[in-house]
Ligand binder design. Structure first.
Ligand code: AVI
Length: 321
């Protein structure tokens, strides 16, 4: 397969009807919420890249530190001639570190919900790694999609799931997703996954309440997206960003809080908001290594090795089926 020209990726991304259904369902429930996957349109994905550059947002740097420090060891674990499938590939920043060490990968399959971001990133990778076959797939990885096959039989498939995105699922959903990934894999296939570790409340809360307000803009982009794509009439100035660590649940929660009583119209459905009422837009779970080992073991994954950064803020775990 030539990589000089990346064909249009097969498209499995959420259509507008599904976005509307999820929003109406989420806003009709007693505790209002919207799935965090809807953050990632082209603008949201670009704001997320800016979050990763912030001083306060330690997870991105901690994971890069691990990949830079242990990249060789990690790729020795993965072995040569693999098909690498990345869930939620975004800008593929950490992938480049893997690719610099991997021996003769057969195929790289970035999977992302934002088609524009995916196409840009895949084109850039194809240019920078001319020997690599790249076959992007635009999909919501929580739903079934077909993984392209490589020209040569890979020694194994390895799922790369960096960025602690697994933390954005409620714990039961995270376990279900890990089980689904296991079912899609064959015995001996690998999973390289990054997750954020528990730490001081101050460090956690600063990471999601940066001084420059980039995370607030990321959160509010969801309102702009509902206005432009679903014809909603949210007054974005009347909502504020709120993020805090819920200790009992072991997670950061992000919310949009109404500043005053108001009604919002979305596709002929009217929603009344009391003053200070919130819409939960994201969970970001923080796990211990032993907790994460237990979660993965119960759905058929065997932990082979774990690497952490110097401050033990973040972990990257390699598991096999
Ligand atoms: C993508 N995900 C792992 C990020 C996180 O930290 O949970 C999303 C994010 N939300 C606010 N800042 C970053």
């Amino acid at each position: 397969m030539s990589n000089s020209l990346i064909e249009n990726p097969p498209l499995y991304a959420s259509p507008a009807a599904e976005f509307l259904d999820d929003v109406l369902k989420g806003l009709s429930s007693a505790s209002r919420s919207i799935p965090s996957k809807y953050f990632y349109d082209d603008i949201g994905s670009t704001i997320f890249d800016a979050i990763c550059e912030l001083d306060e947002y330690y997870p991105a740097r901690a994971e890069i530190e691990i990949m830079n420090h242990y990249g060789h060891e990690i790729t020795c674990r993965l072995g040569p001639d693999i098909r690498l499938v990345e869930y939620g590939s975004g800008s593929s920043t950490k992938t480049r570190i893997l690719l610099n060490h991997l021996i003769d990968p057969c195929l790289y399959v970035p999977v992302d919900i934002s088609i524009q971001h995916l196409t840009r990133t895949s084109d850039a990778l194809a240019k920078d790694y001319p020997m690599l076959s790249v076959a992007p797939v635009a999909a919501d990885f929580t739903r079934p999609f077909v993984v392209p096959m490589s020209e040569f039989e890979p020694r194994r498939t390895c799922i790369y799931f960096p960025g602690s995105t697994i933390g954005n699922f409620a714990q039961a959903e995270a376990i279900q997703l890990l089980a689904d990934i296991a079912h899609r894999c064959e015995r001996g296939d690998g999973l390289l996954i990054g997750f954020d570790l528990r730490k001081d409340r101050d460090v956690l809360e600063s990471a999601y309440n940066d001084r420059a307000g980039v995370t607030a803009a990321f959160n509010k982009n969801l309102l702009h997206r509902m206005n432009s794509e679903l014809g909603a009439n949210f007054n974005t100035h009347q909502f504020s960003h709120h993020a805090f660590f819920n200790d009992a649940a072991g997670r950061i929660e992000m919310h949009l809080v109404t500043q005053r009583e108001q009604s919002v119209l979305i596709a002929d459905h009217s929603f009344r908001f009391d003053r200070s009422e919130t819409i939960c837009t994201e969970y970001s779970h923080k796990y211990s290594i032993s907790e994460f080992k237990q979660m993965t073991a119960q759905v058929g994954w065997h932990c082979k090795e774990t690497w952490t950064d110097q401050r033990d803020y973040f972990a990257v775990m390699y598991l096999e089926r």
